[in-house]
Design a binder for this molecule. Structure first.
Ligand SMILES: *[C@@H]1O[C@H](CO)[C@@H](O)[C@H](O)[C@H]1NC(C)=O
Ligand SMILES: *[C@@H]1O[C@H](CO)[C@@H](O)[C@H](O)[C@H]1NC(C)=O
Length: 491
């Protein structure tokens, strides 16, 4: 060991003295169950990272046989997919390196110098070593904010390969433009996701020959939430003090979790929600970029603490994009009607692939009526909702996707059937037989969206216009003025 400068030794001794005085006055801190991430071969918590969960730990296995239906042959494949694993956004890339370095240094000091680690539930030496060796990847700069990563490319490439294997009757032969319809939103990560998917189907580099449809100006099909002021207003309401998420953040369970995380890391004060989220975000991103490796930042949470953090996010999504927001389903009107229109006829294109974002996937699942629990998740029912269906980790990991597959069957009464897959697992509806749905029933269930009335339903009929409240008010005033002036003029 190298000798420490005397000033550091003196400071450490002083700290030790202070600490032992403190621990003489207070019982030694204890927090949580003992957990060592480096020694854990299961690491089941990686399946609970909300919308930053790796696709690899969620999707259905390539060996699954749910897509094989006796006396039926797949005839059309319609896909709505989220982009694959990405880098953090600009704000995170600017702030996280310093925030995380400070936290890491403090944690190591808490353990090595201040000796404020808890007696029970402390971090294991291997995990501390992981943290000690952590560095921000200097390749990740704001120039590449939110870009698709190498793993993100593979998410989509191998999804395409698995689907091609399953539905070879649909994905047969080389690329022919009439058979394939693709579209992505105007971002690097969705465009790259489309390319990866095309490469998965047609071979490396083949994407250059595959032409996606251009994105229209107001893309109400893939980004309906961008043109609806009511959606934004509801999103803001979720930040109000009385939203379920805000109440959960103030609940004894959540505060105790913050306190436990802080105690475990040796802090004698409670870390802020922002500090805990910085560590959780880094853990989730690193785990999704390098799925075989151990992210040092995942070692700072126990499995149970991860469940609590996941629930906090689920509360946000539920009331923003799903059953907790009654207008959410109608926002997906254009996507549902597009799906029904394509599934209705056997003609080309036989493969339809759209590349979009998590919000659209959540809205769409809501419109389908998938993954609905009998009870709504609230700030006060965390334990009752432990086995909930609505779990953002399961619904919208990176590369989350809904595939609707049309089958042509020999059944004379119902020759057309549909299976809906979420992340390569058949969705179960009580109106289908183990995931296999009659076409007549599909039409009946989603009739609301298929009678050409999306313009009426979408955003409560306010249409796809970027009208903010201020402009709306001015428009209203001018309409009223015109009417009044016209009335006066007539007199
Ligand atoms: C940064 O990128 C280069 C080139 O792709 C690679 O060799 C290097 O390992 C990367 N650095 C880190 C810290 O990952
Ligand atoms: C930390 O939070 C816990 C739970 O709310 C609280 O009991 C405790 O007093 C807080 N600790 C400090 C040092 O503020």
């Amino acid at each position: 060991m190298t000798a420490l400068p005397p000033s550091i030794v003196a400071r450490a001794l002083l700290l030790l003295t202070i600490c032992s005085t403190v621990s003489a006055q207070f019982p030694a801190p204890r927090c949580c169950e003992t957990y060592c991430y480096s020694q854990d071969s299961d690491r089941t918590q990686v399946k609970h990272f909300a919308t930053k969960t790796a696709y690899e730990v969620i999707h259905g296995p390539s060996s699954s046989r749910e897509h094989i239906v006796p006396n039926c042959r797949p005839s059309k494949f319609w896909l709505l997919s989220r982009h694959g694993t990405r880098l953090p956004g600009k704000k995170a890339i600017s702030a996280l390196p310093q925030t995380l370095k400070n936290l890491r240094d403090s944690i190591l000091d808490n353990y090595d110098v201040r000796r404020t680690r808890p007696d029970v539930g402390r971090m294991c030496p291997d995990d501390l070593e992981l943290l000690r060796n952590w560095r921000w990847d200097s390749n990740i700069t704001t120039d590449y904010e939110s870009f698709l990563t190498a793993q993100g490319w593979n998410d989509l490439k191998f999804l395409a390969k698995r689907e091609q294997d399953r539905f070879y009757e649909v994905f047969n032969g080389p690329y022919v433009r009439e058979n394939y319809l693709f579209r992505h939103t105007k971002t690097q990560r969705t465009e790259a996701s489309f390319r990866a998917f095309a490469d998965g189907l047609f071979g490396d580099g083949a994407y250059v020959h595959v032409k996606p449809e251009p994105e229209p100006a107001d893309d109400t099909l893939l980004k309906p939430y961008d043109f609806c002021p009511a959606y934004d207003a509801n999103k803001d309401r979720n930040k109000d003090a009385n939203s379920e998420q805000s109440k959960f953040l103030r609940s004894p369970l959540f505060l105790q979790t913050l306190s436990d995380i802080s105690t475990r890391l040796g802090f004698q004060y409670n870390l802020s929600v922002d500090q805990v989220e910085a560590m959780w975000d880094q853990c989730r991103f690193e785990q999704a970029w390098h799925i075989q490796e151990y992210s040092p930042w995942c070692s700072v949470f126990t499995k149970e603490q991860v469940n609590v953090l996941e629930y906090k996010e689920d509360l946000g999504y539920y009331y923003q994009n799903s059953y907790g927001y009654p207008k959410a389903a109608d926002l997906a009107c254009y996507a549902v009607s597009d799906m029904i229109r394509h599934l209705a006829r056997p003609e080309n294109p036989t493969v339809i692939g759209y590349f979009t974002h998590e919000t659209e996937i959540q809205l769409f699942l809501n419109a389908l009526g998938a993954k609905q629990d009998r009870e709504a998740p609230r700030a006060d029912n965390y334990y009752a909702m432990r086995n909930r269906q609505f779990r953002s980790s399961e619904l919208t990991p990176f590369a989350a996707n809904v595939a609707a597959v049309r089958y042509q069957c020999t059944d004379p009464r119902e020759p057309v059937k549909v299976i809906f897959f979420l992340n390569e697992k058949a969705l179960m509806f009580d109106w289908c037989k183990v995931g296999l749905c009659d076409w007549s029933e599909v039409q009946r269930r989603y009739q609301r969206y298929t009678e050409g009335n999306c313009a009426k339903l979408y955003c409560g009929g306010s249409g796809a216009k970027r009208v903010n409240v201020g402009e709306g008010f001015i428009m209203l005033v001018s309409v009223v003025l015109t009417v009044v002036l016209a009335a006066i003029a007539r007199k």
